[in-house]
Design a binder for this molecule. Sequence first.
Ligand code: TXA
Ligand code: MG
Length: 323
Amino acid sequence: MRQTERLAADAAGLAEAAALLRRGGLVAFPTETVYGLGADATDAEAVAGIYAAKERPSFNPLISHLDSFDSARRQGVFDGTATRLAEAFWPGPLTLVVPVAPTCTVSDLARAGLDSVGLRVPAHPLAHALLERTGRPVAAPSANRSGRVSPTDADHVLGDLDGRIDAVLDGGAARVGVESTIVSCLGGAARLLRPGGIPREAIEDLIGRPLEGGPEAGSSPLAPGMLASHYAPRAQVRLNAASFLPGEAALLFGPGTPHGVEAAHAALNLSENGDLVEAAAHLFSYLRRLDASGAATIAVSPVPDAGLGEAINDRLRRAAADR
Ligand code: TXA
Ligand code: MG
């Protein structure tokens, strides 16, 4: 249980909110769409805290919020279409999914292991002021518990998350009330991933061609290789490994040295003391490192299904099933 502060929309409140974020805290803040539950996007443990507070049973890629297009360019690669969209609709209720830039600092967990990143420059003056003072990308899904409606004022946020987050910056009612429109600009295509605050027509008028993907594009199958909906390792994944075979890569959890670890091709421990928040923070980067080690199989120790373990196990099961 944390003490959740309600911070006023003034200089002191903003300074405190930014300081909390820079220390790895969880701070809800208003955007013009809905209130977001923010954490330093570059700090995987802080990002893991978002999932714990929301009790989200799976890891989605999160939107990273920035104070300007210039800041966004350090995180993602903007092709011609993405540049035109950013210049026309930022700041505002538009999220662009673009390839990660070599200078990207958004954590693997916030990107759910993908090579793309979701970026948004919100227009709400408080959000802008907070992002400027924080000086880092801030990952933020809507500030509600999983399965509940998105919050449009600070009371909604506290109703769901009081005692689970460090603070809410109280900026009154959100204006748009629906989430941002999400457009992916990957491999030359522009695709509507989620309808939202900016109408499809406004985007199509600007780019001079129809967006790919219908209104329910988020759930329709996507062309292979165009947009992976989640990161899948190349190696086979073997779950609930009590011991390890020679040549396997070992993804460990908890204390102790299971049989066969010494002969493993590579081994990494998600959390030696069995901390699920730490394990979530390491999950995607360790999967990638073990995959890159060249082992044909990544064998994974059992992870308890409690708390963040549910989301970790969901991701591991999908990694084991994807072939
Ligand atoms: O208005 C909004 O967009 C609010 C405010 C707080 O900004 N945020 C929000 O976040 O609705 P969330 O987590 O509920 O939605 C994020 C969605 C994910 O479900 C995912 O579909 C998409 O953004 N997304 C983010 N990064 C992505 C990526 N790299 N690839 C594909 N989809 C991505
Ligand atoms: Mg949401």
